[in-house]
Design a protein around this ligand. Structure first.
Ligand code: MSP
Length: 524
């Protein structure tokens, strides 16, 4: 089977990462880990979007070259992904020479087949903001407001891509491929955007205005602008045209394309990913079966409002990972949002999810289960001969949670996948309360029952550590170390069946997995 190719948006490098960036990368990492344990080979690509006007301006402001500037910001991203255990296989930095070569070769191809043309445009240009303005930028009085500074009428030539030639194709493609976009309802917005007169896409900026970009191979007076540079990372780092341009060390394109999931936020679906991108590929000659699939997630807002530097409500994932541990943050980011919908970032819910669910629910269950087995049986498990309805019910919950977990995770409902695994935690905690091992331990006649109870708890927990491994890889590994069960290399979800722990299994020492935090609400 073809490897599962998963990728994310590449992040702008004009500012350090915030919680929205972290969410998207963790979501991709969780899915990559899930797919691997589900038996697929995976190629996970992520990276940074380093060109453009904003970068050029920000670098100028601080007196750095654009490359120095983006290198500095890029480090914040790579350090955060390392800290959060986001383990990608390919790194897409758009200033990488491998990428530049592919973008240029691709532009040349489109140029050669008549898909690009040069045209003059007369319009109103804001000198301060360095951009052309449209009627939408006019104030209620019909004039351009003061924020634009001096506005002059200017004629400028640029290169355009014949986007409008392919709009009818795209409409048909979307209508006949309901799985192009997840969640499916987002396709409506794309089809609506395709109504009305189609415009071609301006793909260049003259070098007098922008130098920080990839030069057009057929016209040195221009650099490529934005989307042809950014979107193409998905193919350039997957080995597209590798032989032609002499790229090495990349996957074999024929083996991994198309992407099974390009994970993006809802803001960059229309027009970039759902219009420009498929049309670009189509114009390059990609057949319909080679159009990648999009997974569109919602936004993390803060108290209902959009995060923004100006309101000062930007949530910093780095400090949160320090307070709640990287896995604590990963867990919150996965359990408190439904993929495709918005969520509200809340300190209170983050503290609750850590203290109540991780520390109080899972951590406490692991701790007391191992503690009791250590105390009553020197940590040695004996499934024994005793069985009863309570034991059978717990085994049933474990058995039923696996298909529910798999179905939800496969359908991007990560929060429901977590909930399916959590049923085991909840049931096992109730099982301790109802079987009362501490009372059984006092009655020698109940010795066999106590054995079975201790075994059921440890075995059920072992299953939990496998199911939650994609979400909390570090903590689940530590939990397995305490249980004393080394997950065999290549172990897959399909290998989960009751009896992972053998008779005579020796548990290790219990250490609190998620030490309770004595905080009400942290400062992010
Ligand atoms: N560079 C472009 C994407 C090019 S992809 C070929 C870009 N960068 S970005 O840094 O602004 O955003 C990167 C990703 O983070 C996007 O998918 C975006 O939707 C996502 N998010 C940005 N803010 C977000 C939230 N507040 N919440 C969740 N995700 C958000 O766009």
């Amino acid at each position: 089977m073809k490897p599962y190719y998963i990728t994310t948006a590449i992040d702008y490098t004009n500012a350090p990462p915030h919680i929205g960036h972290a969410y998207e990368k963790v979501l991709a990492d969780v899915m990559a880990r899930f797919q691997r344990r589900n038996g697929r080979e995976v190629y996970f690509l992520t990276g940074v979007d380093q060109h453009g006007q904003k970068v050029q301006k920000s670098a100028d402001k601080v007196g750095l070259s654009p490359q120095e500037f983006v290198d500095g910001i890029t480090q914040h991203f790579t350090a955060l992904w390392d800290k959060l255990n986001v383990r990608f296989d390919g790194w897409a930095a758009t200033t990488d020479v491998k990428h530049k070569k592919v973008v240029q070769a691709m532009l040349q191809k489109l140029h050669d087949c008549g898909q690009l043309y040069k045209k003059g445009h007369t319009g109103f240009y804001s000198v301060r903001q360095e951009q052309f303005l449209t009627d939408k930028d006019r104030g209620p009085d019909g004039n351009f407001g003061e924020e634009w500074g001096e506005v002059v009428e200017l004629e400028e030539e640029n290169w355009y891509f014949r986007l409008s030639d392919h709009v009818e194709w795209l409409k048909g493609y979307i209508q006949s491929h309901p799985d192009f976009i997840f969640p499916a309802h987002r396709a409506t917005a794309v089809l609506n955007a395709l109504e009305g007169e189609a415009q071609d896409l301006c793909i260049s900026r003259p070098i007098e205005r922008l130098t920080w970009g990839i030069p057009l191979p057929f016209d040195e007076r221009f650099v490529n602008y934005v989307w042809f540079d950014a979107l193409t990372n998905y193919i350039s780092f997957a080995g597209y045209l590798a032989d032609e341009v002499g790229n090495t060390g990349l996957p074999k394109f024929e083996d991994i394309w198309p992407a099974d999931a390009e994970i993006i936020g809802k803001d960059i679906l229309v027009p970039a990913h759902a219009v420009y991108w498929p049309i670009m590929l189509h114009a390059l000659g990609f057949p319909d079966e080679h159009i990648p699939k999009l997974v569109v997630h919602g936004w993390w807002n803060v108290k209902g409002a959009k995060m923004s530097k100006s309101t000062g409500n930007v949530i910093n994932p780095d400090t949160l990972a320090d307070t709640f541990t990287p896995d604590g943050l990963r867990y919150y980011l996965m359990r408190d949002i439904a993929t495709g919908y918005d969520s509200d970032f809340s300190d209170e819910r983050l503290v609750m999810s850590y203290n109540k669910e991780l520390a109080g629910g899972l951590g406490n269950l692991l701790n007391r289960s191992i503690n009791m087995a250590q105390k009553y049986r020197a940590g040695i498990l004996t499934p024994g001969t005793h069985d009863d309805a309570e034991n059978a019910a717990l085994r049933q919950t474990v058995a039923e949670s696996l298909p529910a977990y798999l179905e939800n995770m496969n359908g991007w409902a990560i929060h429901d996948g977590i909930a399916a695994a959590w049923k085991i935690v909840t049931h096992a905690n109730a099982f301790v309360d109802s079987t009362k091992p501490f009372s059984l331990a006092k009655d020698p006649a109940q010795a066999a029952r106590l054995d079975s109870v201790l075994y059921h708890l440890a075995e059920a927990l072992t299953h939990v550590t496998v199911l939650l491994d994609p979400i909390m890889p570090t903590a689940m590994k530590v939990a397995r170390e305490q249980i004393g069960w080394d997950m065999p290399t290549g172990f897959q979800f399909k290998d989960l069946s009751w009896g992972l722990l053998q008779a005579g299994h020796q548990l290790s020492a219990p250490v609190p997995l998620f030490p309770r935090l004595e905080i009400e609400a942290p400062a992010a």
